[in-house]
Design a protein around this ligand. Structure first.
Ligand SMILES: O=c1ccn([C@@H]2O[C@H](COP(=O)(O)OP(=O)(O)O[C@H]3OC[C@@H](O)[C@H](O)[C@H]3O)[C@@H](O)[C@H]2O)c(=O)[nH]1
Length: 399
């Protein structure tokens, strides 16, 4: 401590001496530099028209920065499929620019879309379509019936995000469109926990409609043909109000979806939310679970396992079946249209469950006979190759 103190005092003294000497000298190096460098820099600027070049450079730079935002607004025309929301924010801000305010560096033309239930059978096909056309897609799913395998091919895609979230809880996101699919749809699954099913339909739809209202997004509800209950009219038009049992085993789904439709229309009429309502009829296609419990997957699973096909009741009840890609095209077309709905999405051709069973049975026979045929031909080919080989050995090497 002592030594340190000593050194400090010595240094202090040296500094004082240096300061004193510089003050006492009338020509300190600093002041000389200052007085001489100022006119020299001005001279340098004025020589060889340097100042002129600097001014011209500033002029060109400012012109570019003034004109550039105007040019970026005059971008190429939007592709036919893009939709830009005209509600919500437009009402609050009077005249909303078509692309909205987007941070620098983000392409303002792409749409940001939420798909609830996007890891499910229909949802994952919808996500594929939206990603393929160039949109940014956020999937919300609680994986009750949805599976990550349905979306695993999109995991590396920078325009895709997956959030594990249950729609019965609120969530805040900034998007242009909301496709609301989240709800178990197979009778086996929705009857498994009926209270949860109706909660998902009511609370989940309420939360997503609240989000749509808050951010000015367009909202599409995937309702169901089951809102017609046990219909007394065939085929069912959208104007038919249905024949639904409010206390039955299926009511959690039927009445849940009917309430969801009511909520959508109330938000539309009361809060000006742009809604679309699709009533989806029976659908089939890839990514249906074999244990889904619906008639198509049941028949396929039974045919593969060579079990008898189970037809419930007398088998005379009719259904129509559409392929999943047709449904997805319909959902997107409805979202982009001006039709609020409700709008039936299905195949117009109906047939009975007995007819479906017959078709499934003949198809399974066909596929079996094809496999058998192929195996038989393969065996014959291998046997003939072996015979040729033996014959060659016999004639060439045996004297
Ligand atoms: O193994 C089976 C399964 C089902 N069925 C019958 O096949 C018919 C279709 O039943 P599904 O379970 O496939 O589907 P449902 O038509 O009852 O409900 C469906 O309707 C439309 C969608 O929106 C709903 O998500 C879905 O629940 C019913 O009459 C059912 O009794 C069989 O005969 N055998």
């Amino acid at each position: 401590m002592k030594q340190l103190h000593k050194q400090t005092s010595l240094n202090h003294r040296r500094e004082e001496e240096m300061l004193g000497s510089s003050e006492s000298s009338p020509y300190s190096p600093k002041s000389i530099k200052h007085t001489r460098s100022l006119p020299r820099s001005i001279n340098y600027l004025l020589r060889e028209q340097r100042l002129l070049f600097i001014l011209v450079g500033i002029l060109i730079g400012s012109t570019f920065f003034i004109i550039q935002p105007t040019l970026s607004r005059m971008g190429p025309p939007e592709p036919a499929h893009t939709f830009l929301p005209r509600t919500g924010l437009a009402r609050f801000s009077g005249t909303r620019p078509r692309t909205g305010r987007v941070p620098v560096g983000i392409g303002g033309r792409r749409q940001r879309i939420v798909v609830t239930g996007g890891a499910g059978f229909v949802g994952s096909h919808l996500v594929d379509k939206l990603i393929a056309r160039g949109d940014d897609v956020i999937v919300i799913d609680n994986f009750f019936t949805g599976r990550k395998e349905n979306l695993v091919h999109l995991f590396g895609n920078p325009r895709f995000e997956l959030i594990r979230h249950d729609v019965v809880e609120p969530i805040l996101l900034e998007v242009d469109q909301i496709y609301h699919l989240a709800c178990p749809a197979s009778p086996v699954h929705y009857k498994y926990n009926p209270v949860k099913t109706i909660k998902t339909n009511v609370m989940g739809t309420l939360n997503m409609l609240g989000l749509a209202k808050r951010i000015g997004a367009r909202f599409l509800l995937t309702s169901t043909s089951e809102v017609y209950g046990d219909p007394l009219e065939h085929p069912q038009k959208e104007t038919y109000w249905g024949n639904v049992n409010p206390i039955g085993e299926r009511s959690c789904y039927d009445e849940g979806k009917r309430t969801a439709e009511t909520l959508a229309m109330d938000y539309h009429r009361g809060a000006g939310v742009e809604v679309r309502i699709a009533r989806i009829f029976n659908t089939y296609g890839p990514r249906m679970c074999l244990d889904d419990g619906r008639v198509v997957s049941n028949f396929v699973a039974q045919a593969i396992r060579k079990q008898p096909l189970t037809v419930y009741g007398d088998g005379k009840q009719t259904r129509s079946f559409q392929y999943v890609s047709d449904l997805v095209n319909g959902l997107v077309a409805l979202m982009e249209s001006e039709h609020v709905g409700p709008f039936n999405l299905g195949n117009p051709g109906e047939f009975t469950m007995l007819e479906l069973a017959q078709v499934s049975y003949s198809s399974s026979l066909l596929s079996l006979s094809f496999v058998h045929c192929f195996c038989l031909q393969l065996c014959l080919f291998l046997i003939s190759v072996r015979i040729c080989y033996d014959m060659c050995i016999l004639f060439l090497f045996i004297p």
